[in-house]
Design a protein around this ligand. Structure first.
Ligand code: SF4
Length: 462
């Protein structure tokens, strides 16, 4: 794939992405086009986005062609789990130096790919370009092609230099690599009438398994997982699925819409968080296949799962009832976690809308009611102000906001990609309720809110 301006514009103006709908598919959302800010882009460049999308392919090697810091920036930043190979956890980089910048890094890259193939026997190698190697003009396509010809192993160039744009654009660039080099490159041994793909779900803390187990019970086969707990070969077969189930809002919308155009595979957009959304997802999949028995089975499974979950949730619901939550997360989670918290009897007093589409925003409005606060900006000052104003009991947000919660002396729960607990599906609801209870009722808060000993002395003097 040539990374041209036209290609980048095409990825930023996906006509089916709600961000662009109000621009008639012509314009592009400001946030999508945002460049990473040097020094404030923790996990934010296009290269990072591409590696988020592709690294969960567990039996492949992921080789970063760039200075070692690019690799260090993204390596192991996500808790995607694997049920098989752990090769994806190895950090490979060409670690280019000043000499390579002057004389070119292609030879070094060729040697590195061969070394990875000889020593680790991967199913495939994904080779990522970064700012420096794109700037010096190393020809990734030619190097990958040369290795493929000699070693007959798929070596996939991923054109993702950080400077081209944001993490979201990087997600789509990773998706482009799959579309151009992987999807449709092999045929499955057999297909069934109930084959689906899951697109844009990365199996953080193993949460996809809570859903795939249910799908298996229903007799639905997940042919291609993109890309949580994926094997390289499964993604090659993805073009034979009957339906794409797209998760994570619009991160891989280019994959879903291109597959619709190229392979005539329709897609639906779903969420695995919260009881209502999980049930709706299963119902929509069953409805798509239009099979009365499957619809029946789905209703039975939903009923069984909900009644089991309700028994487990009872003690937590009592403890969490009426607790006030400020939620700061992105995309689909900005409304799906609201509905999950409300299922637990909690009150979400504010949530973020920073990365939300118009559709997401209207869902949030409906869920929060007229008094709910929709946060466009989520800098620490703003969060502290909202926490104070709403007298919130806890903050649920991404890892870097934990210090804001500490400053406000309220409990914190990590909801983003660095989390260690799975919150998807019915089992995930129980896990989330347990974690929320542990956070809210931790004895540490009594200690933290006490006046400090030196301030006590001052108070006594007064
Ligand atoms: S690709 Fe560029 S922006 Fe991203 S980590 Fe490397 S140098 Fe930084």
């Amino acid at each position: 794939m040539k990374l041209t301006k036209a290609k980048i514009n095409e990825l930023l103006t996906q006509p089916e992405c709600e961000h662009n709908l109000n621009k008639g598919g012509q314009g592009k959302n400001k946030a999508c086009a945002q460049q990473s800010q040097p020094g404030s882009a923790q996990g934010g460049c296009a290269f990072d986005g591409a590696s988020i999308t592709l690294v969960p392919i567990t039996d492949a090697a992921h080789l970063v062609h760039g200075p070692i810091a690019c690799s260090g920036n993204s390596w192991n930043s996500r808790g995607s789990l694997s049920s098989g190979s752990t090769l994806y956890k190895m950090g490979f980089t060409t670690d280019i130096s000043e000499n390579d910048i002057i004389f070119g890094g292609e030879k070094k890259l060729y040697k590195a790919v061969v070394q990875v193939i000889n020593n680790f026997n991967p199913s495939a190698v994904f080779v990522y370009s970064t700012c420096i190697t794109a700037l010096i003009g190393d020809d990734l396509d030619a190097v990958c092609k040369a290795v493929v010809e000699k070693y007959k192993i798929p070596v996939i160039p991923v054109h993702s230099p950080g400077f081209v744009g944001s993490k979201n654009l990087g997600n789509r660039l990773g998706g482009e690599a799959l579309l151009q080099h992987v999807i449709g490159s092999k045929e499955p041994k057999y297909t069934t009438n109930y084959d689906i793909n899951i697109v844009g779900e990365y199996n953080i803390a193993g949460e996809m398994w809570a859903v795939t187990t249910l799908l298996e019970k229903l007799g639905i086969r997940v042919l291609g997982k993109m890309t949580g707990d994926a094997k390289y070969e499964d993604i090659c077969f993805a073009h034979r699925a009957k339906l794409n189930v797209m998760i994570c809002s619009k991160a891989l919308i280019n994959v879903a819409s291109s597959m619709k155009e190229k392979y005539d595979i329709p897609y639906i957009e779903e969420s695995f968080y919260g009881v209502d959304d999980m049930s709706r997802c299963l119902r929509n999949i069953a409805k798509f296949f239009n099979d009365a028995q499957l619809i029946d089975r789905t209703e039975k499974i939903i009923e069984e799962e909900i009644s089991r979950m309700n028994i487990q949730l009872e003690p937590y619901r009592k403890k969490l009832k009426g607790k006030r939550m400020v939620l700061y997360t992105g995309g689909v989670k900005s409304w799906s976690i609201v509905s999950a918290a409300q299922d637990l009897g909690m009150q979400v007093v504010a949530t973020s809308t920073k990365k939300s589409t118009e559709e997401d925003k209207s869902r949030i409005k409906k869920l929060l009611g007229k008094d709910g606060i929709m946060l466009e900006k989520g800098n620490p000052e703003e969060l502290l102000r909202v926490i104070k104003q709403t007298k919130a009991d806890l903050l649920v947000a991404g890892g870097r906001n934990q210090y804001t919660a500490l400053k406000a002396k309220i409990p914190f729960l990590d909801i983003n990609q660095e989390r260690h607990h799975p919150y998807a599906g019915y089992i995930g609801m129980v896990e989330m309720a347990r974690e929320l209870c542990e956070a809210v009722y931790s004895p540490i808060w009594r200690q933290v809110r006490k006046t400090a000993p030196w301030d006590q002395c001052e108070e006594q003097k007064e």
